[in-house]
Design a protein around this ligand. Structure first.
Ligand code: NAD
Length: 348
């Protein structure tokens, strides 16, 4: 597919590319929509097999940032940056300075943040070149690790769906399988443990699974058993595309609600979940806690405001589930419609 065909496939109007010979920077900034405000989204720094893969990754991720911001009431559009990790030796500081200049040249149309492969130190380097950056140190107005906020929002969404789908007013004894107990998955386990949930975990890194077992009494299962383990809630908190034609038929849960981005390998997988009577919490609606936290840096950090907004994920998820039930429609389609409604209202 040509570049403009790829952009129209992902419903895009704006894509920026930068190559800097001196540092080896090859970066993409995809801006999906700015009707609600300047685009905000993280910067990925990973190896890609091809330029096309990097562009498509940025486009897919930026689009879900638009929807995430719209549904969570964050006054920003959707954007995402991708830096293709050089195969050989490179100067990381010089590379991120060049990236900062790329961001700066867009004049605040896109604001960057951490994502897979980038961290606070990288954002501090970016900050030396542009003001359009979040995820920096607290003394520079930063808000710290977003993962606990993401986990809190996921827990609020699980509470909403436990009430909606299982008639539960508390989570005592609820059996939750958490796939991936990294930054968000671990904090989610802590939140759920405090509410009396029975935890089952799996992680490719055995040390992470063992930590959840040791500290929170979680049962550890083999990676391949994670989908077929009987539970109330299956929480994908590892990588994207966990829910596909192969894994969905194995699920033995009532609810799917986790932090991972792009959980559905393809939109029809959301329809499959619906047909099987599994209530799915649309990923971008559920995992907005980190975005809410980082967006607050732009206007001046206010912890109370962040807490209120993250807790409101409960009502957003409930509203999606109720509209889906009333309209006999899958939740991922209802969430898209709700986000599009908000975007249309903003453009009036
Ligand atoms: P992380 O890298 O800290 O954690 C991911 C964990 O999953 C790791 O412990 C890894 O070992 C494990 N893992 C990888 N593949 C696995 C597999 N096949 N089976 C089981 N475990 C596996 O990442 P994170 O920050 O916790 O983010 C988790 C997911 O949530 C990602 O998809 C991320 O994009 C999404 N997300 C994160 C945030 C945030 O605030 N960090 C916000 C929104 C969305």
């Amino acid at each position: 597919m040509g570049i403009f065909d790829t952009m129209s496939h992902y419903d895009f109007g704006e894509l920026h590319l930068e190559r800097d010979a001196a540092t080896g920077l090859r970066a993409v900034i995809a801006i999906h929509d700015t009707r609600l405000g300047p685009a905000l989204g993280g910067c990925r720094f990973i190896q890609y097999d091809s330029d096309d893969d990097a562009v498509v990754d940025a486009l897919r991720l930026a689009r879900s940032m638009t929807y995430k911001a719209a549904l969570s009431g964050v006054p920003h559009g959707g954007g995402k940056a991708v830096i293709m990790r050089p195969a050989g030796e490179f100067d990381r500081v010089a590379l991120f300075r060049a990236f900062g200049a790329f961001v700066d040249a867009l004049g605040g149309h896109y604001i960057t943040a951490e994502d897979s492969g980038t961290g606070l130190e990288d954002m501090e380097v970016v900050r030396t070149v542009t003001e359009h950056v979040t995820g920096v140190k607290a003394e520079h107005g930063g808000s710290g690790d977003p993962s606990p906020w993401t986990a809190r929002g996921v827990r609020r969404g699980i509470q909403a769906l436990a009430a909606h789908a299982l008639g539960r007013s508390d989570l005592e004894g609820l059996r939750v399988v958490v796939q991936g107990v990294g930054h968000v998955g671990y904090h989610l386990c802590k939140e759920l443990h405090a509410l009396g949930c029975q935890l089952v975990v799996a992680d490719v890194d055995p040390l992470k699974a063992e930590r959840a077992q040791r500290e929170l009494g979680a049962e550890v299962v083999e990676l391949e058993h994670v989908f077929a383990t009987e539970c109330d809630v299956f929480a994908p908190c590892a990588l994207g595309s966990a829910l596909d034609d192969r894994t969905i038929p194995r699920l033995r849960c009532a609810i799917v609600a986790g932090a991972a981005n792009n959980q559905l390998a393809a939109p029809h997988n959301g329809d499959d979940l619906y047909q099987r009577g599994i209530v799915y919490a649309p990923d971008y609606a559920l995992n907005a806690g980190g975005l809410i936290n980082v967006a607050c840096e732009v206007t001046g950090y206010d912890r109370e405001r962040v807490t209120t907004q993250v807790d409101a994920i409960h009502d957003t998820i409930l509203q999606i589930a109720e509209r889906a039930k009333a309209g006999e429609s899958p939740t991922h389609r209802v969430a898209d419609t709700m986000a599009q409604e908000k975007l249309r209202q903003a453009s009036r």
